[in-house]
Design a protein around this ligand. Structure first.
Ligand code: NAP
Ligand code: MG
Length: 403
């Protein structure tokens, strides 16, 4: 059998712990036998990040800018415990944060839907993709606890010295204060990423804030989205037969619960934080959630939404069997391969990625799955497989589909 040829390399970002183990298995069992896999490899495992003073993370993001498509394994974000565990020189920043800052991207999270793992919301038939703005608001706030009576004001001093003031509140007693901000540049790139991803995936785009209450802050989000849409995307949306609409956040929540799915829901930072956890757990499992970072310049980085599954890794290190779900990591690879295939016009690569996704879902639907899914499935006669056997079962399904 001749292997599928690639033209442009994928940027491959290896990672940590259990997902690093799965990464290797996926490549060996599901990719290398079928594709003449071309990647530019960056080892984002914590040890190598430490050795390179985290330069490897920056290099991998720069390579993503150059080639356009990356696939990333989950990585450890260091904390105090990791400092001692890995003898780190510094508490290196979250690789995802570093990459996002360089690519200026928006993260889209989509559940993988499979028969037998039913969403809690029974009318959800298709995935709901959540797009979360990843800059500002309460995540970059300034806060004060006020001990007693006094006056609080918002003060802005322009570069030329002009001062604008707004009374916040005249306190009669103790209280709390918070200052938040965002920038037009960040909101614009969020809007572009959302419109582009909607076109790319041919899905409607919903956006919601609380502009009736926040007449300047939230209203600016609404206005920027609308201006960009009217000027640059309305025609393309009409051509593709998809829709953009803005509504109030409370109306959006009510509509989401009644919807069938199959759309993108763009959220401000805090709304996205809260709603993505709600939507993902209502769809079934964190291990069945994919994530793609899309930059306003049209660069893509695919990954699983979950972490490095540390608890399973420690079991693995002790020689115990693990049953870790590799579906989201497989879909990160297939997402990246599909995109690479589309950009380079390699139809075989796109077809391969789609078939591998189908084989993965078929395997689960036939009752073969990892433990996390076995615990929540509505299917009867389930076979629980270990990490490696699950990947091998997917290969067998794939081979069967090709006979
Ligand atoms: P996690 O790796 O997502 O795992 C949390 C728990 O969720 C696991 O212990 C497991 O539950 C379950 N789980 C998650 N993914 C699973 C899978 N594929 N198959 C089966 N079960 C799965 O989160 P964490 O333990 O909080 O974080 C571990 C490390 O990951 C941290 O160092 C963190 O910094 C990093 N992290 C990285 C990313 C990223 O790179 N995108 C994202 C989040 C976290 P049971 O133990 O009950 O089986
Ligand atoms: Mg959260």
């Amino acid at each position: 059998m001749t292997k599928i040829q690639m033209v442009t390399p994928l940027v491959e970002m290896d990672g940590d712990e259990m997902t690093r183990i799965l990464w290797k298995m996926i490549k060996e069992e599901l990719l290398l036998p079928y594709i003449d896999l071309k990647t530019e490899y960056y080892d984002l495992g914590l040890e190598h990040r430490n050795e390179t003073d985290d330069q490897v993370t920056i290099d991998s993001a720069e390579a993503t800018k150059k080639y356009g498509v990356a696939v990333k394994c989950a990585t450890i974000t260091p904390n105090a415990a990791r400092m001692t565990e890995y003898h780190l020189k510094e508490m290196w920043k979250s690789p995802n944060g570093t990459i996002r800052a360089i690519l200026d991207g928006t993260v889209f999270r989509t559940p993988i839907i499979v028969k037998g793992i039913e969403p809690c919301v029974k009318n959800w038939e298709k995935p709901i993709t959540l797009a979360r703005h990843a800059y500002g608001d309460v995540y970059k706030n300034a806060e004060i606890k006020i001990p007693g009576a006094g006056t609080a004001e918002l003060v802005f001093t322009a570069e030329d010295g002009t001062v604008t003031k707004e009374l916040i509140h005249t306190f009669k007693g103790a209280g709390i204060l918070q200052g938040i901000h965002n920038t037009n540049a960040s909101i614009s790139s969020f809007a572009h990423a959302c419109f582009q991803y909607a076109l790319d995936t041919k899905q409607d785009l919903w956006f919601a804030t609380k502009d009736t209450i926040s007449k300047k802050y939230d209203h600016t989000f609404k206005d920027i989205f609308q201006e960009i849409y009217d000027a640059e995307y309305a025609k393309q949306f009409a051509t593709e037969g998809i829709e953009y609409f803005y509504t109030l956040i409370d109306d959006a929540v009510a509509r989401v619960m009644k919807a069938k799915g199959g759309f993108i829901w763009a959220c401000k930072n805090y709304d996205g934080d809260v709603m993505s956890d709600m939507v993902s757990s209502a769809f079934g499992s964190l291990a069945m959630m994919t994530s793609v970072l899309v930059s306003p310049s049209g660069v893509y980085e695919y990954e699983a939404a979950h972490g490095t599954v540390q608890r399973h890794y420690y079991k693995h290190l002790q020689g115990e069997e693990t049953s870790t779900n590799s579906v989201a990591t497989i879909f990160a690879w297939t997402g990246a391969l599909k995109k690479r295939g589309e950009l380079d016009k390699i139809e075989e690569l796109v077809t391969f990625a789609e078939k591998l996704e189908q084989a993965t879902l078929k395997t689960i639907e036939s009752g073969k799955m990892t433990k996390d899914l076995a615990l929540i499935t509505s299917l009867k006669d389930v076979t629980v497989l270990n990490s490696e056997d699950f990947i091998k079962a997917i290969r067998a399904t794939y081979e069967d589909m090709n006979v």
